[in-house]
Write a protein that binds this ligand. Structure first.
Ligand code: 17E
Ligand code: FE2
Length: 415
């Protein structure tokens, strides 16, 4: 496969890309626009970039909102309760149908790499097993990492630890945790140590739902980061949500950032989810409840955006479009400066890849797998501003998804 007339990020030139055996073989700047030929795919000056990364999504719960009951309060905790009512109805066929439909949505919108959470607070582990099976079946089409996520507590849910070990033995890629949901502070802290021990024992990554609450006293992040540092797991560890950081005292935050930077851990923020679930116990003013994305980024700490939910007990919108999450995130975190726009796509591409520890096989570089998308627009700014559609998604040199351009005609407007 040859691609011509592609624009790459952070360059004004047009490029040709040659692909052999599923890898980028040559990437050459063009001196002018090339005319289309039969042997090449002309992308007409559109932006070609690495595929979108969805680093945090609950596929096991996707498309279940309102079953059997709706989350009326809009809180995280009612979401967990409503999901608890849906869980006994789970079976493999139900999970497969919803997961495959959701993956289709993600692929249609340029995602090729997914990290999904599978609830292990379920004695049958049917969600976790089905997600691991789907991961293996779809290996050629999409990368999926499965997090064993103890939704109702690693140490507070009956046999939570044994279920986590079973999940590791079944082949989950990532150890999860939820310290702010454990019954006590002690159990929350202990759970962070246990998560790290499990990651060392089974040689897995870590991704914790950490401090997803507006409580400024929820400080499990410091325990997680410290354990990541001492165990030398560092960048193999991710803290998701960390919404309590929004409410931390600035002096404490300043001290905390030193540890965060030293530890090398990654951060995932879910803008649409957190603006919806957090601030629910406030009157006015209402907190935005997003972690300090801008400040983390300025401190040189890796941070990316995710969707978290698509039509589930926590959040009843969502459509697989990471550009939408990015748009929300930049607004809520007040990252709307010129420089922010120039590198906006990092937050749903490269930074996600770093969090997933897949960066060695990710990016538009000679020798790397020829995985890429083509977007409506010519740079980060125009793609973001117009919410540019994903026109093409290529994996290992093969077309995974292609979209026909939509056409609008005007009747009276003089354009
Ligand atoms: N579970 C949880 O603990 N937090 C969330 N944001 C979702 C599920 C979606
Ligand atoms: Fe989540």
């Amino acid at each position: 496969m040859n691609i011509i007339n592609a624009r790459l990020r952070h360059s004004n030139d047009l490029y040709s890309l040659e692909i052999h055996d599923g890898l980028f073989d040559k990437i050459t700047p063009q001196s002018s626009l090339l005319s289309a030929s039969e042997s090449s795919l002309d992308v007409a000056g559109k932006l070609l970039c690495a595929p979108f990364v969805e680093p945090h999504i609950h596929l096991d719960a996707a498309l279940t909102a309102g079953e059997p009951n709706w989350n009326q309060s809009g809180t995280l905790f009612e979401g967990i309760e409503r999901w608890g009512e849906r869980k006994p109805m789970l079976n493999e066929a139900d999970i497969r149908r919803r997961v495959l439909k959701t993956i289709e949505l993600l692929v249609a919108n340029g995602v090729q790499h997914i990290r999904t959470h599978a609830d292990t607070s379920d004695p049958s582990l049917v969600g976790l097993k089905t997600l691991c099976d789907i991961r293996d079946e779809l290996r050629d089409q999409i990368d999926i990492q499965v997090v064993a996520f103890p939704q109702e507590g690693l140490l507070s849910y009956p046999n939570g630890l044994q279920l986590m070990e079973q999940a590791m033995e079944y082949g989950a890629d990532v150890v999860g945790g939820i310290p702010h949901f454990e019954y006590t502070r002690e159990l929350g802290e202990q759970s962070m140590k246990t998560v790290i021990e499990l990651a060392l024992k089974y040689d897995r990554l870590v991704d914790v739902h950490c401090d997803e609450i507006d409580d400024p006293n929820s400080r499990y992040l410091e325990v997680l980061a410290c354990e990541a540092l001492f165990s030398e797991l560092g960048s193999r560890v991710t803290a998701s949500h960390t919404t309590a950081m929004h409410s931390y005292d600035n002096a404490y935050c300043s001290k905390l950032f030193r540890l965060l930077k030293k530890s090398g851990i990654n951060f995932i923020s879910c803008p649409t989810e957190s603006i919806h679930l957090q601030g629910r116990f406030d009157s006015y003013p209402k907190r935005r409840g997003l972690t300090r994305v801008k400040e983390l980024r300025e401190a040189g700490i890796n941070v990316c955006f995710a969707e978290d939910s698509i039509f589930d007990p926590w959040y009843s919108l969502g459509n697989g479009k990471l550009l939408r999450s990015l748009d929300f995130g930049l607004h809520i975190c007040q990252m709307m400066g010129y420089q922010d726009f120039q590198r906006a796509l990092d937050l749903i591409t490269d930074n996600g890849a770093v969090a997933l520890n897949i960066q060695h096989n990710y990016g538009i570089e000679v020798g790397k797998p020829a995985n890429f998308i083509v977007l409506e627009g010519e740079d980060d700014y125009s793609v973001l501003r117009n919410q540019g559609e994903v026109m093409l998604s290529v994996r290992g040199g093969e077309i995974l998804m292609q979209r026909q351009p939509s056409q609008v005609s005007y009747n009276r407007l003089a354009v």
